[in-house]
Design a protein around this ligand. Structure first.
Ligand code: GLC
Length: 502
């Protein structure tokens, strides 16, 4: 076994120990539980600005109690493997003693997925890294990042940024191509590098990609006589209703057919784009700048989704974000869930009541006779205002390079952006769906963020607020789409036009 393989194994064992240490026998995951940091020296809840602190979501006090991981035995082996790994990741001790502060995500077990990597990075480089956790909602997260940027704040050295933000944040970003060897950049999917490149500037190095998936309960499908996941939304509705009726009649009043993200935030843009693309309703604004959102197929898709609320989906689904849907799903109270790949590893974790009883498939088709997954994913950006750009670049290369991506794919099912990891036997053994659904990930549908650039956030808000009004019954789909179209014309100055491609 090579030394690097050995190290990955050690990381896995260490993670397993941490999971075991934090388990506590509870069946339903909570945001707080999932986001507990292991080592308070590494992860802090303290946001550097008042505004950030005010919306901090996860109280961390309990974290200290679980701090001691029995890592001694692993340490010696890790040290032995360190030389080779340090070389591969370009790690040096040139910036020993530097303190980096990084703005990282906290959805699901995101904190657990990077904790060991950060510890290893510090051990190798002598660079200290303090994590400041961003809000779970991408919409709130961006609002806070824009405050730091507006103040040209050097308080944070690295930001985890969404795949839709390069056009919004480009003016504040350092050009990573100045710090990262070209062959390391070329190892990532070219389409994501292109997405992250604005006017020739590489705004972020891809960290993981994302695509919407249908999660389904294999045990319940079998129990109710279905031989596979639904191929169409009509089938999903019928199956969800049947299973929900059956489970409730057996006494589980909390059971629901289908959970998803219906809150008015960026996540709803992702879900609704999938509904409308599968119906043949286009992409809101097409890559050539034509505003196509107001069309009958999209109206039909939104009307159908509104019909799920309080029938096969909980009435509260119109306030659900990713972790709310996962909470219902992972406690065993839903037949189907739309979510991102991170929920796969969590659903199979040792203390999960549904471990081994679910699988994932492409989302169902509508009248457009196609499935669709919205393209998501996160990148690492260094702001121009950082005083530690070189140390930060070393950190970014390590976290988003092969060592960081492989570890997080194995332990937390984050989809790599480094193409070669999709043929890595250890990754595929840990996460078999990554090979099976490879085409879903690589053909995911992008939101209109490239064509709208720095205006994307306003565009998306107009769209998700309009869609939300349909879900809550305060507008018909036809009226809401007319309004969205008007707003998009105002925001972008683009023209509406007919859908020419699907
Ligand atoms: C996931 C996706 C991201 C998206 C967000 C919406 O984090 O990776 O691209 O914007 O969900 O909630």
């Amino acid at each position: 076994m090579s030394r690097r393989l050995w190290l990955v194994l050690m990381l896995l064992i260490a993670t397993a120990l941490v999971v075991a240490a934090c388990g506590g026998g509870e069946s339903e995951p909570t945001q707080e539980e999932a986001a507990q940091p292991e080592a308070e020296a590494v992860v802090t809840e303290e946001a550097p600005m008042e505004e950030a602190a005010a919306t901090e979501e996860a109280p961390m006090e309990e974290a200290a109690a679980t701090e001691e991981a029995p890592m001694e035995e692993a340490a010696a082996t890790e040290e032995a493997a360190a030389g080779e790994m340090a070389e591969a990741a370009g790690l040096t001790r040139d910036f020993e003693g530097t303190n980096l502060r990084v703005w990282f995500g906290s959805v699901g077990d995101e904190v657990g997925s990077y904790r060991n990597l950060i510890e290893e990075f510090t051990a190798q480089t002598g660079i200290n890294v303090e994590v400041v956790q961003s809000p779970q909602s991408a919409t709130d997260n961006l609002a806070q990042i824009l405050q730091f940027m507006g103040a040209q704040s050097g308080e944070l050295d690295v930001y985890q940024i969404d795949v839709i933000w390069p056009g919004i944040l480009a003016e504040h970003a350092a050009d990573l191509s100045q710090y990262i060897p070209q062959e390391e950049i070329d190892a990532h999917f070219p389409a994501i590098i292109e997405n992250n490149t604005v006017d020739g500037k590489l705004v972020g190095l891809p960290w993981f990609t994302d695509a919407g998936l249908l999660y389904y309960r294999t045990d319940l499908l079998e129990k109710y006589g279905y031989d596979g996941p639904p191929q169409t939304w009509d089938e999903l509705q019928e199956m969800a209703q049947t299973i929900q009726d059956g489970e409730r009649s057996e006494g589980n009043d909390s059971f629901w057919g289908f959970v998803w993200q219906g809150n008015n935030y960026e996540g709803l843009t992702c879900d609704a784009l999938e509904w409308q693309v599968t119906e043949g309703g286009g992409r809101i604004i097409e890559p050539d700048g034509t505003i196509t959102v107001n069309n009958p197929a999209t109206a039909a898709a939104l009307t159908r989704a509104a019909g799920w609320v309080d029938t096969i989906s909980p009435p509260g689904v119109t306030a659900y974000q990713e972790e709310d849907a996962r909470g219902v799903w992972q406690s065993g109270n839903a037949a189907f869930m739309r979510n991102w790949p991170y929920a796969y590893a969590l659903g199979n974790s040792e203390d999960s009541p549904i471990a081994g009883n679910f699988d994932v498939s492409p989302l169902p088709q509508g009248a457009g006779n196609r499935s669709a997954a919205t393209l998501g994913g996160w990148q690492l950006m260094i702001p121009q205002y950082s005083q530690n750009a070189e140390a930060a670049a070393m950190f970014v290369r390590y976290m988003a390079g092969p060592v960081g991506q492989k570890s997080r794919a194995i332990t937390n099912s984050y989809l790599p952006t480094i193409e070669s990891l999709y043929s890595d036997p250890e990754v595929l053994e840990a996460q078999p769906f990554m090979e099976r659904l490879y085409d879903v990930f690589t053909s995911a549908v992008a939101r209109p963020s490239t064509v709208t650039g720095e205006l994307y956030n306003e565009v998306s808000a107009a769209y998700f607020n309009g869609v939300h009004s349909v879900l809550t019954g305060s507008a018909t789909a036809e009226d809401a789409l007319l309004d969205i179209e008007d707003e998009l014309i105002d925001i972008t100055g683009f023209e509406p036009g007919p859908l020419t491609t699907q």
